[in-house]
Design a binder for this molecule. Structure first.
Ligand SMILES: Nc1ncnc2c1ncn2[C@@H]1O[C@H](COP(=O)(O)OP(=O)(O)OP(=O)(O)O)[C@@H](O)[C@H]1O
Ligand SMILES: [Mg+2]
Length: 142
């Protein structure tokens, strides 16, 4: 793992703060809920000029590969999750939010062992272009 950058601007990511927070809170809530009270490890790996990698790991109930393939579908809940409260909506929202931001993500999981969720934040390329606004001359309506 590399050290954090000297210039904290190298860690900037431009996106919708509220939406990104909502997505990350959903992932963390899942780690807490399905993590069997184990320690949750949150790691940020920085590689200059490459994606910063956020990694959230729990040692909880885990999932089969077939289940992992379905967890971003609305209302999907795996069988071993039934004892926990939930509606199966959180990760479909996460998928939409990351999709809107073009953010890559991945999930690795082993049933009975735990789950690791990755989010890849690309290096910032400067502030987004200022929004184009048009002004219209007031025209008399005849
Ligand atoms: N960290 C995890 N460990 C094990 N299973 C998980 C984990 N995160 C998600 N899952 C599985 O993916 C399913 C979908 O997750 P999602 O967050 O969308 O819904 P939920 O947690 O059931 O309900 P909510 O809408 O309240 O978030 C869960 O029901 C569970 O089966
Ligand atoms: Mg959830």
């Amino acid at each position: 793992m590399s050290d954090l950058p000297e210039n904290e601007k190298d860690l900037l990511y431009y996106g919708n703060e509220q939406l990104i927070k909502t997505a990350l809170v959903n992932i963390l809530e899942n780690a807490a809920k399905y993590g069997s009270s184990s320690e949750i490890v949150i790691a940020l790996t920085f590689n200059k000029g490459k994606d910063a990698e956020l990694c959230i790991t729990d040692r909880g109930i885990g999932m089969d590969k077939a289940e992992v393939d379905l967890i971003f579908e609305p209302f999907y809940r795996s069988q071993n999750a039934n004892v926990f409260k939930g509606s199966g909506i959180g990760l479909s929202l996460v998928k939409s939010i990351f999709g809107l931001h073009n953010l890559k993500y991945d999930v690795k999981s082993t049933k009975g062992r735990g789950t690791r969720f990755f989010v890849f934040f690309p290096p910032a390329k400067g502030l987004p272009e200022a929004q184009h606004t048009e002004t219209f001359a007031h025209e008399e309506i005849s």
